[in-house]
Write a protein that binds this ligand. Structure first.
Ligand code: FMN
Length: 213
């Protein structure tokens, strides 16, 4: 396969994933240039999605009055995220729920697009912060989002005015199992567990044909 995108060294990429992106909650007032916004959207557009349905939609929120109103509803219960007011740009990450079968994958798809936007932003020297604790119903009103479209999250974007330390990550030993769940020893022999689904599913699984898209 031709390497159309060029190659980033694995070491550089891993270091970037570890330390190159941080959630930024203090921003400089300078606006984000249009060419940068375009790059962020382009990064989101190239995310993988279930059956390549690309259910993401983005609202680029630059207008001050709209941002102010979004900031008012960017919170849960009695908490309001202060940094939304300062961010010169907010990107609302939406998912089109129109297709019943693919609705199950909506959050993965939009999450991946959001992640790519955050990484591209970091590469451009921009800070971002994903906001999941938001009043989606109120925001749908503010942003005039139709019923079939879901607000998955908001991203605040701007030039960072802070350099936070990386929040700690759980050690791999706490996260990883080998071959089957519960097997913590990388060298331990493993065997598959029992399948507990009913007869119909068992028959269907035997009838499945192999396809490659
Ligand atoms: C799905 C999701 C929801 C989040 N919601 C919020 C939020 O509502 N408010 C906030 O300040 N940060 C929010 N964050 C940012 C996390 O707190 C942050 O990613 C985490 O502490 C790790 O820090 P890092 O991003 O600097 O690595 C959210 C992140 C994700 C992925």
């Amino acid at each position: 396969m031709p390497n159309r995108g060029g190659q980033i060294s694995a070491e550089v990429l891993l270091n970037f994933l570890r330390y190159g992106r941080r959630s930024i909650r203090v921003y400089k007032p300078a606006p984000v240039p249009d060419e940068m916004i375009e790059q962020l959207l382009e990064a989101g557009r190239w995310a993988p999605s279930a059956s390549n349905r690309q259910p993401w939609r983005f609202i680029v929120i630059r207008d001050e009055a709209v941002r102010r109103e979004v900031a008012r509803h960017a919170g849960v219960f009695f908490i309001r995220w202060a940094h939304v007011e300062d961010a010169p740009l907010i990107i609302a990450l939406l998912g089109d729920t129109g297709n019943r079968m693919y609705r199950a994958f909506l959050h993965e798809d939009v999450g991946l697009a959001g992640s790519q936007i955050m990484l591209q932003a970091a590469a451009l020297g921009l800070g971002t912060c994903w906001l999941g604790g938001i009043d989606r119903k109120a925001l749908a009103g503010v942003l005039q989002v139709p019923e079939r479209v879901e607000i998955v999250g908001l991203l605040t974007v701007g030039f960072p005015a802070e350099e936070p330390e990386p929040p700690p990550r759980k050690p791999l030993a706490e996260l990883v199992h080998y071959d089957v769940y519960g097997s913590r020893d990388v060298n331990a022999p493993a065997s598959p567990g029992l399948v507990t689904v009913g007869w119909l599913r068992r028959i269907i699984s035997r009838l499945r044909i192999r396809i490659r898209l």
